[in-house]
Design a protein around this ligand. Sequence first.
Ligand code: NAP
Ligand code: ZN
Ligand code: ZN
Length: 349
Amino acid sequence: MNMVKIYKAVEVSAPGSLRVVERAISEPGPGQVRIRVEACGFCNTDAATVTGIYPGLNLPRVPGHEVVGRIEALGSGVSRWKIGQRVGVGFFGGEDGVCEPCRRGDIVNCQNAVIPGITVDGGYAEVMIAEARGIASIPDELSSKEAAPLLCAGITTYNALRNAGLRGGDLVAVQGIGGLGHLGIQFARHMGFHTVAIGRGQEKEKLARDLGAHVYIDTAVDDAAAVLQRMGGARAILATAPSGGAMGPLVSGLAARGKLIVVAVPGDQIQLSAFPLVFGGRSVYGTLAGTAIDTEDTLAFSVLENIRPMIETVPLEQAADAYARMMQGKARFRMVLVTGKGMAAARVA
Ligand SMILES: NC(=O)c1ccc[n+]([C@@H]2O[C@H](COP(=O)([O-])OP(=O)(O)OC[C@H]3O[C@@H](n4cnc5c(N)ncnc54)[C@H](OP(=O)(O)O)[C@@H]3O)[C@@H](O)[C@H]2O)c1
Ligand SMILES: [Zn+2]
Ligand SMILES: [Zn+2]
């Protein structure tokens, strides 16, 4: 084989530093595949790797868990996947199969899961090794760069909404209009909910409405909970903004038995009053991304309903700038690294 034995990756070598390095290509082990990466989205959770705060994280580490590419090598025992097939991997990179949640069939909550970009090297790279049980098939209708954000931002909001016991026509709010939120708004609208977007400032109103929101609440001007109560109370609020301070008061905007679904992971605490929880049976709970088969459902629904992320693409060399742009809230709405074939497609688009 004439394959080049070196690949480029962007690694966190020390907290706060993202740099392009060259690494030697390795062969996939048993049950693994090697992917030639075409696109990888930047998720706000990548900050846990870049800052080095994720518990047990070992540096250097290549971040990235919204990865799409083609399989170029198969490890032993991999039968489901073929060389050349386009696949993706998200935050769920594979379960251990032996912990208690796994033994109960709840593999997304595996206590020793493989997490690309955290426990193993991720997709800010030309090449990545993935567990075959953690990869999803990518439909032909989606380009690699538009599929990538669906692998974390997409699946997280899609799963949160579809698993919330909601019914068509329910009042559903999405708080935070970033990578997750801009997809959450589209999913909520296309699932048939009365969709409210909650942002701060007027700048995002038109974007939120274009994404499908029936109503936009600007928290710089209005109290979101009061507006939702005037509308009858939300059956669910999907909290994607990484601000515990902004999340707690939203519980008062829920209808009786309404749910605050927490997907953001803010550094600050969520302060809660017991009154709206007890008087009205409201609840607050969290949910984590989803499994590889949930990813395939997310992609299929996105194709069916013509849901796409809004993206800005950059080459590997600009990873540090793209990361900074996301962290400053300037991305509209997902930064995506493109490499190899993904780059060619990005130039045409
Ligand atoms: N549960 C999961 O499985 C899962 C999966 C992926 C990500 N996450 C977490 O989800 C969160 C969002 O990730 P992301 O990639 O979507 O981040 P992102 O692209 O940076 O978007 C976050 C958005 O929140 C908005 N925001 C921040 N504070 C706000 C406030 N007080 N009120 C209203 N909006 C506010 C920001 O808007 P402005 O600053 O422009 O106002 C920004 O657009 C992160 O905490 C991430 O770690 C969780
Ligand atoms: Zn993510
Ligand atoms: Zn497990």
